[in-house]
Design a protein around this ligand. Structure first.
Ligand SMILES: [Zn+2]
Length: 315
């Protein structure tokens, strides 16, 4: 659907969640995110056909961050539209270019020490290896037309190289998965998956950054469109969730002097959040690990030496 003149939100479903790409049709035509491997052919092409826009019009496709539902269509898009330049955040580049690296270093890096990981069957949706044509680090400007541009923002936390895009003329921000609320909703209502930030302090600084960005409307990878008060509430809810998990994890360590594993701490976090569904809760391994790393740095938790899977105790 057209959000405002020349700007489109392209919707599909993935795992019960909305999956949104954004298309800016100016003199340069820019796509934000390529979805999963099947998205360009099944969703994007039919959408372009309805606009009577040949794929040869696409100038640039930027992946907001390293995740299979945002980068998975890069290779298939490049096959459909060989002229399109592919881009992503520099710090996410290796993971965006190579699905094997994405699974090894972002999804299953906790498997050996903690016994938790992501279903390898999902690898098909991550598409094939594909080189990026250019990378952004934040501060760049993408020209859409003579007097219309997108500002590139570096908003890490969910990933190191996470990008957002700011249309200052329309006071609109396109934030991908940089802000999580209390989790990611299903399209039909209710929660689909937990929050999935990795680095707690970096995520908090990104939330603060967005609080100070003048915006009337916020568009994301999976969440509903938000305006005004809704944006402030969403960011406040995101910060409250960080505090909620931090408090719950620390309290659980206090109650369990023998220590707790990552899997047990995921249950603690899920119980504190209250509405993360059982089948998706493992993804809380990322924020929970982030919180435990931070508690260790603060000297409030420590790893029980020699434990396997790793157990944390109160320090
Ligand atoms: Zn996503």
């Amino acid at each position: 659907m057209e959000l405002y003149p020349h700007v489109h939100q392209i919707q599909s479903l993935y795992g019960g969640r909305n999956l949104f790409q954004y298309l800016f049709a100016g003199a340069n035509t820019v796509l934000l995110d390529t979805g999963i491997a099947a998205t360009p052919e099944k969703i994007l092409l039919p959408y372009l056909e309805r606009l009577k826009m040949p794929p040869a019009r696409l100038t640039l496709a930027v992946t907001t961050h390293a995740d299979l539902d945002h980068q998975g269509g890069n290779d298939s898009l490049k096959r459909l539209a060989p002229q399109v330049l592919l881009a992503c955040g520099e710090q996410d580049r290796e993971l965006v270019e190579d699905p094997a690296a994405l699974f090894a270093r972002r999804y299953n890096h906790l498997r050996d020490a903690h016994g938790v990981g992501v279903d390898p069957q999902l690898a098909a949706d991550a598409g094939r290896r594909r080189r990026m044509d250019l990378t952004f680090s934040g501060g760049e400007r993408i020209a859409l037309d003579n007097d219309w541009s997108l500002e590139v923002l570096h908003v890490p936390g969910h990933s190191e190289g996470h990008l957002a895009f700011y249309d200052r003329a329309h006071r609109a921000a396109f934030v991908g998965d940089a802000i999580h609320g209390r989790g990611c909703p299903k399209a039909a209502g209710g929660m689909a998956i937990p929050v999935t930030y990795y680095d707690v302090d970096v995520y908090l600084s990104t939330l603060r950054y967005f609080e100070n960005l003048p915006m009337d409307v916020l568009y994301s990878g999976h969440w509903p469109v938000m305006r005004g008060e809704e944006i402030r509430d969403f960011i406040a809810d995101s910060r409250r969730t960080v505090e909620l998990l931090d408090g719950a994890l620390l309290a659980a360590l206090e109650k369990n002097p023998a220590g707790l594993t990552l899997a047990e701490l995921i249950d603690v976090a899920a119980q504190a959040a209250g509405d993360w569904p059982e089948e998706g809760k493992t993804l809380a391994m990322f924020p929970v690990k982030g919180h435990m790393d931070r508690l260790e740095q603060l000297g409030r938790a420590r790893v029980l030496p020699g434990s396997h899977p790793v157990r944390w105790q109160k320090a």
